[in-house]
Write a protein that binds this ligand. Structure first.
Ligand SMILES: Cc1cc2nc3c(=O)[nH]c(=O)nc-3n(C[C@H](O)[C@H](O)[C@H](O)COP(=O)(O)O)c2cc1C
Length: 314
């Protein structure tokens, strides 16, 4: 079995998505829960509460993620996760969002190596749960990676998930393969993340790094059968896309009013649309829908043939 992880994607890979994907497709070893961002209030807002509630993750292998620059907030949240029965927490030091980095969180932490070191000293000294880290390779330049890697190596982390881009790229532009290769020369337990959009891309990574655990974000949304296929299973079918769609919609309908259901479904299906022929056009077709036009657009989408190697098209 290949070691395949589902990337945390705020607004997309919520508890409903994870449950339905796990039930219908499988093939994912671990689903990372989108970040909680703890503050001195010591309580989780509704979205975070829902996402980390054990009853919403029953039977699904998940790892919660924490994003903060304050050790005490991290340690509070990690304890909350342990109380909920989780066996690992993931630290986010890669989020590129402007509102996040302005507060010195996420990828903002890569800008201040000394502060990062102090933070890591504290959390690794006091956390009772194993910690894994999800990072980028720098804030403003790939040259920062050398020094960051030297810091990261000093901590007994469970795993290091590397998205080999710098903060200023957000999710666009090429990945720095050399930066990942540098990390692969260390003894760090690595997971690769970034632009594994379809089967050929995953196979290429496996050729380069045999057995390397892979974290899939946009590629998993655009081809939910990708993990199964990587493990030698059958490729995606249109009938499966319909079942996936209907199961998601049914579960969201039990939680949210119609407009919110549409919003969630549109977000997911915009990505799923990429697995069909004429992916850009299909993506647009879903993206421009409103709650009234949405279902006609989905029917139109499901009449298209699937692509040969379905996956995400940037
Ligand atoms: C809409 C969106 C939300 C995301 N939310 C998170 C998050 O909560 N935590 C995190 O670590 N990464 C988050 N990411 C980054 C993804 O986990 C992943 O690193 C990124 O999509 C690159 O992987 P991919 O090329 O396989 O999509 C998000 C990305 C997107 C596009």
């Amino acid at each position: 079995m290949m070691d395949i992880r589902s990337a945390p994607m705020e607004g997309l890979t919520d508890a409903v998505f994870r449950r339905v994907h796990h039930r219908l497709f499988g093939g994912v070893n671990r689903y990372y829960i989108p970040f909680v961002s703890p503050t001195s209030h010591h309580c989780f807002p509704p979205r975070e509460q829902r996402d980390v509630a054990p009853e919403n993750n029953a039977g699904v292998p998940v790892i919660p993620q924490i994003m903060t620059r304050y050790p005490e907030h991290f340690l509070w949240a990690a304890q909350e996760m342990q109380d909920r029965g989780y066996d690992e927490v993931n630290l986010n030091i890669g989020c590129p969002s402007g509102t996040v980095t302005a507060k010195g969180k996420g990828a903002g932490m890569l800008r201040e190596p000394d502060a990062l070191r102090t933070f890591l000293d504290e959390i690794f000294a006091h956390s009772r749960l194993p910690i894994s880290i999800k990072t980028r390779i720098g804030f403003a330049s790939p040259e920062e990676w050398d020094a960051l890697l030297d810091i990261l190596r000093q901590y007994p982390m469970k795993e290091l998930i590397v998205h080999p881009r710098i903060r200023t790229q957000f999710y666009k532009g090429g990945v720095y393969s050399e930066a990942f290769a540098l990390a692969a020369q260390t003894e760090l337990p690595l997971v690769y993340n970034g632009d594994l959009f379809d089967l050929p891309a995953c196979e290429e990574l496996q050729q380069q790094y045999p057995g390397m655990p892979m974290m899939l974000g946009r590629g998993l949304l655009a081809n939910p059968a990708l993990p199964r296929q990587l493990n030698g299973g059958a490729p995606l079918t249109v009938e499966e896309v319909r079942r996936f769609h209907d199961a998601l919609e049914q579960e969201y309908s039990q939680l949210f009013p119609r407009d919110q259901v549409h919003c969630r479904m549109r977000g997911i299906m915009k990505h799923v649309a990429c697995c069909f022929e004429r992916p850009e056009k299909m993506m647009k077709l879903i993206a421009k829908t409103n709650p009234h036009t949405y279902h006609d657009a989905v029917e139109k989408l499901l009449l298209q043939p699937l692509r040969e190697a379905p996956g995400y098209v940037p």
